[in-house]
Design a binder for this molecule. Structure first.
Ligand code: GRF
Length: 201
């Protein structure tokens, strides 16, 4: 199974999956990393790992249609079969979404539909969880559609909020779980234990 990643910043979730592929835990091959951020750590990681790495953004392709086309072309050229958005801060274009419908996953650091949607990323999610006084948060892995954090939920795991948590301690606890949970969920998908909906023709 060839996995392509989209990541805008650190790419630590992506790295966890790459490590699992390298160690043989995950029967998959990282085939491409695409970032909208030329300076992202995710692209540095990709180069270090010898994975084809691409920077595509409104800067490289000001016309959104052209951007969508080059992204789709790259995914096809690299023979991507499954796509993982791991901290990707942009929406994918309609051609890419249609071509990979039900084969694009996103990982989100809350129990969606709570604390998702536009602007709900990174620290903002954990800040909102703490402000609401939640004693439970978690990780969601879902299919990607046209809306932020909106597609069908595939897997969710709960992570407790501790009474003395700050945004930093909570973010760190959730991120650690994300790394394990993304790998174990991908394992289930790849081995057929967890079924993705059929590819739409
Ligand atoms: C993670 O919290 C992920 O759930 C969210 O963005 C963050 C990315 O972290 N979508 P990293 O770049 O994988 O370290």
């Amino acid at each position: 199974m060839n996995i392509a990643f989209f990541a805008s910043h650190q790419g630590s979730n992506m790295q966890a999956v790459i490590d699992a592929c390298r160690s043989g835990v995950l029967p998959a091959r990282p085939c491409a990393v695409i970032s909208n951020n030329r300076d992202s750590e995710a692209l540095v990681r990709a180069s270090r790992e010898g994975i084809p790495a691409f920077h595509f953004s409104a800067k490289t392709h000001p016309d959104p249609e052209a951007l969508d086309r080059i992204i789709l072309h790259t995914l096809r050229t690299q023979q991507a079969e499954l796509i993982v958005l791991a901290g990707f801060m942009r929406k994918l274009g309609p051609k890419t979404l249609a071509a990979f419908r039900n084969r694009i996953l996103n990982i989100h650091p809350s129990l969606l539909p709570k604390y998702g949607g536009k602007g709900m990323c990174g620290r903002a999610v954990h800040e909102a969880v703490l402000q609401a006084g939640e004693n439970m948060t978690g990780v969601t892995i879902h299919l990607v559609d046209e809306e932020y954090d909106h597609g069908e939920i595939l897997a969710q795991c709960r992570v407790p909020v501790e009474p003395l948590d700050t945004v930093d301690t909570l973010a760190e606890r959730v991120l650690t779980i994300e790394h394990e949970y993304l790998v174990s969920t991908l394992y289930k998908i790849i081995t057929g234990e967890l079924h993705l909906p059929a590819v739409e023709k």
